[in-house]
Design a protein. Structure first.
Lengths: 529, 372
């Protein structure tokens, strides 16, 4: 912790250190930041730091009924487990210690005795630096200071209210574990440890954000994950210099390979089993305190089409579902554009009977096809946004209004045609299938609509080629984004275009450059002969 | 080095395949069927044989001058001035190839999809998107062809399979009515088209396993030839000799013929889209090579700065060079093959011979004391 703080402060210090006199003043300041033997001085020092903050609790008491053994307990209300402070710190010190107290407190080193044999807490640290004490208090530890000792004890009593482990809303499954990550980083790390019981699972910590001092954990399985990858992740994290990290989205935007791209090159998950699977493929996870979304890098496009359930259920169905997702993705980005292109440029591609009924439905509509699609698209996006932000009880009202406006009234009023309603609702539903690309599909859809409105099918093709060029150019932590499609790898395609049975996937995805490539050596299961 | 990327054998194969396959969608089958009738598929065999021979020359040259493109090793072989002149002729050949493919694709789109749009719109849009790919580097083009080549193969197979029900075998008769010399004469154009695969001389320098370059090229032209023969045979047997020689784009007509079930018809605009995607790769590959070759001749640190200029020249020639599709086809049929054959075959053979005269029989000319 201390190392990291000095590392973070390095750029600031290096500019100062040009002057020799500045150095000596710094040393003086550092000395001033040491605790003093006087309890009153220490109290004044701490109060000077926290000033008028009302949530800091300063509790002064005597140890073992002895008046000369003054002690001070400092903690922040709500970050600590108050019951544990009462029963595990105050009670042993005030009552239980009384018969065992040495005659001369200075001689017998009361502090060491308390630390070693009076506090039934798991984690107790001794420190002399005020900086450490302040940091400890801010992160939810309790500081214990004694009269005539220039060091303090930091006792881990972290507690307070947290959301319980819950089923995540974003990655709901029919089969598979229901638990999801919470906002508490140590709980999250423990959830991962429960999945991978291996000493090679490394969880390294650092804290980011000059003000928020957010705890970050980097998790990877040593021996599977490529060493270069882990180093690269750490390097990119250390390069971050920002005042606050409030969600993993901050980290995501600050370590991305292609900040200008519309495609996400950093993945995230809310489920421990998904994270464990990704780490076992050779990826690296980044936990951020205060959010259930754990980042996973490198992230490839094909991951959007994979779901944890594919691996838990039988492979035939998984393959079918995977193809349904791919088809849904293409419908979500291409259907409105195709409608525009066919309606305005290539009506001969529509079967004749359908063409007649579509032309009949479009009779009396004042707008060209692309305008129609655009209007409906905007209405839908508004409804979706309203549906997400709105308080739950009003939801029904919006869906009724939406159904009436989108479906019935718009058609009857002659603003849009019937087939278009089908197109827009089909597009909307398909857009929800690939939730992890949720912020990509509307933009792509709009882009292709523009292409189709100007150049028809040819325009769509050129739009697709443009996006394809961009995609094959994109990299996520050095790994080509479109792998294993391009550059192709036949082994890895077993888990992309189809979902091969588990026993047939013997190697890890090659593009990730895993150190240990073999995943399993068990063969096709068969009954004993 | 101008280009840092490396390509794999599979990417090498598929890039050459896209390049080769793209020429079969346009008017080539029409003219050849008009001249050779039922024996048309023989020219593919002739072209295959000649191109395979050419591939060996390239392979040996590429092995003798590793990590050098054909533009670079022509300087190594012929010396600075003459070598640069030869290199420039390669660059001009690539640039003219780009122009011809660009025009082919644009006229095709105007004829089949959007008759009222001015042709320059198509050329310009394709060239702009292509320039983006060119500036992104060889690896990007290679990966792009890795995605598009399978789609091209599948689209051709769909056309082939869905037309099988309309094959009339008697249309194959009479066969073998032409003399060998006639067949050979008619093959000139297809040989020149197959010869466009001299981009192998450029790509081999960036191949991660140069020893497999020959295999890659042979696979590519074999795949291309087999598909071409399949389509030519089907043209003869479904459309018949007469109709095929009247259509400007017989393969497109073949796609129009698809009628499987009662609903699966009129999918030809979809096929057009796939074929245009394939030809886009061809345009990009040739464009890339002309830019890269020119940059190597001029010894520039970055080839990207040349892309707009070369693109402008290509755009201008495509706008001013030909007035209509007939003129274009006449040029491709009567003039282009001779120029192409001089560059592809004669020049390459001379380079090959001079390389042996000047540098003896050593395997690798650059390993010790070689000139760069």
């Amino acid at each position: 912790m201390k190392k990291l703080i000095t590392k973070l402060l390095k750029p600031l210090q290096s500019t100062k250190q040009k002057d020799a006199s500045v150095i000596s003043r710094q040393q003086l300041e550092a000395q001033a930041k040491q605790l003093t033997p006087s309890l009153t001085d220490n109290l004044a020092l701490l109060k000077d730091y926290f000033q008028s903050s009302v949530d800091i609790v300063y509790r002064q008491f005597n140890i073992g009924f002895e008046l000369q053994n003054r002690a001070l307990l400092v903690y922040i209300q709500g970050l600590n487990d108050t019951a544990s402070i009462k029963s595990d710190i105050l009670k042993p010190l005030m009552y239980d210690l009384a018969p065992r107290l040495p005659d001369d407190p200075k001689q017998g080193n009361l502090l060491a005795m308390i630390k070693d044999s009076a506090l039934p807490n798991c984690n107790v640290q001794e420190t002399q630096s005020t900086e450490d004490v302040i940091q400890g208090i801010l992160t939810g530890q309790t500081a214990l200071l004694l009269e005539s000792f220039s060091s303090a004890l930091l006792i881990d009593t972290k507690g307070g209210e947290y959301r319980a482990i819950d089923e995540p809303d974003t990655e709901a499954v029919v089969r598979g574990p229901r638990e999801g990550f919470t906002e508490n980083i140590s709980v999250n790390a423990a959830l991962l440890r429960r999945k991978i019981k291996d000493t090679n699972l490394k969880i390294e910590g650092l804290s980011l954000g000059t003000r928020t001092k957010t705890q970050i954990y980097i998790a990877y399985v040593q021996g599977i994950a490529n060493n270069k990858l882990a180093t690269e992740v750490k390097l990119r994290l250390q390069r971050i210099d920002i005042d606050g990290i409030l969600e993993s989205g901050y980290i995501e935007q600050l370590i991305e390979d292609a900040p200008g791209s519309i495609f996400p090159t950093v993945g995230n998950t809310e489920k421990p089993d998904v994270l464990a699977a990704k780490l076992l493929e050779g990826r690296v996870g980044i936990f951020v305190d205060g959010t259930p979304f754990v980042l996973v890098v490198p992230h490839l496009l094909v991951e959007a089409f994979q779901s944890s359930e594919d691996y838990y259920s039988r492979h035939y169905y998984s393959t079918v579902v995977r193809w349904i997702r791919i088809v849904a993705f293409f419908i979500a980005i291409l259907l409105p554009a195709t409608y525009i292109a066919l309606e305005s440029f290539q009506p001969e591609m529509i079967p004749t009977d359908l063409l007649f009924s579509m032309a009949g439905a479009r009779e009396g509509i004042p707008f060209p096809a692309y305008m129609e699609v655009f209007i409906m698209g905007v209405i839908f996006e508004i409804m979706r946004e309203a549906g997400v932000r709105m308080p739950r009880p009003i939801g029904q009202a919006v869906s009724i209004v939406g159904a009436l406006v989108l479906g019935e009234a718009a058609v009857r009023a002659g603003i849009v045609s019937d087939p278009l309603v089908i197109v827009v609702s089909m597009t909307a539903i398909s857009g929800f299938v690939i939730s992890s690309l949720g912020d990509v599909t509307p933009i792509l859809r709009l882009l292709f609509m523009g292409c189709a409105a100007s150049l028809g099918i040819f325009g769509i093709l050129m739009g697709i080629l443009l996006i394809l060029i961009h995609l094959v150019k994109l990299r996520s932590f050095g790994v080509p984004y479109l792998a294993p499609l391009a550059p192709g790898n036949r082994q890895s395609l077993k888990d992309v275009l189809i979902k091969a049975p588990l026993w047939a996937i013997k190697t890890r995805p090659r593009v990730l450059g895993a150190a240990d490539t073999v995943r399993q050596s068990s063969g096709k299961p068969s009954p004993e002969k | 080095m101008l280009e840092e990327g490396k390509i794999s054998t599979r990417q090498f194969t598929l890039m050459l395949f896209c390049l080769l396959q793209s020429s079969f969608y346009y008017n080539m089958p029409q003219i050849k069927i008009a001249h050779l009738k039922q024996d048309v598929w023989l020219i593919i065999l002739v072209s295959w044989a000649i191109d395979a021979g050419l591939a060996v020359i390239f392979y040996v040259l590429g092995q003798r001058y590793p990590n050098q493109t054909m533009v670079q090793y022509s300087v190594t072989i012929l010396g600075s001035w003459l070598g640069k002149l030869v290199g420039l002729s390669f660059v001009l050949f690539f640039a003219s190839g780009t122009t011809l493919y660009l025009l082919d694709i644009s006229y095709f789109l105007v004829t089949t999809l959007m008759p009222e749009t001015p042709i320059i719109v198509f050329s310009l849009v394709i060239l702009l998107v292509s320039a983006y790919a060119v500036n992104s580097g060889l690896e990007v083009i290679a990966r792009l062809s890795e995605i598009i080549a399978p789609i091209m193969i599948i689209s051709l197979l769909v056309v082939f399979l869905l037309n099988l029900n309309q094959v009339e075998l008697e249309k194959f008769l009479p066969m073998f009515q032409h003399r060998a010399l006639d067949v050979f004469k008619e093959s000139l154009r297809t040989i020149s088209v197959f010869g466009i695969c001299i981009v192998m001389g450029m790509f081999m320098a960036y191949h991660n396993i140069p020893k497999e370059a020959l295999k890659a090229k042979l696979t590519a032209i074999t795949m291309g030839s087999v598909l071409a023969i399949m389509i030519l045979l089907q043209l003869v047997s479904v459309l018949g000799v007469n109709m095929s020689s009247l259509e400007i784009y017989p393969v497109f007509r073949l796609a129009k013929y698809i009628e499987a079930g009662d609903f699966f018809e009129r999918i030809e605009p979809l096929m057009v889209v796939f074929w245009v995607a394939g030809t886009f790769i061809a345009v990009t590959i040739l464009y890339y090579n002309s830019v890269l070759g020119l940059a190597q001749i001029l010894k520039l640190p970055r080839y990207q700065s040349l892309t707009p200029y070369v693109g402008g020249v290509i755009m201008l020639t495509s706008m001013l060079g030909f007035r209509n599709v007939t003129e274009l086809n006449l040029f491709i049929e009567k003039i282009f093959p001779y120029g192409a054959l001089i560059v592809e075959d004669l020049l390459m053979f001379l380079l090959f011979a001079i390389s042996y005269l000047r540098h003896g029989k050593r395997q690798n000319m650059l390993r010790k004391g070689g000139k760069t």
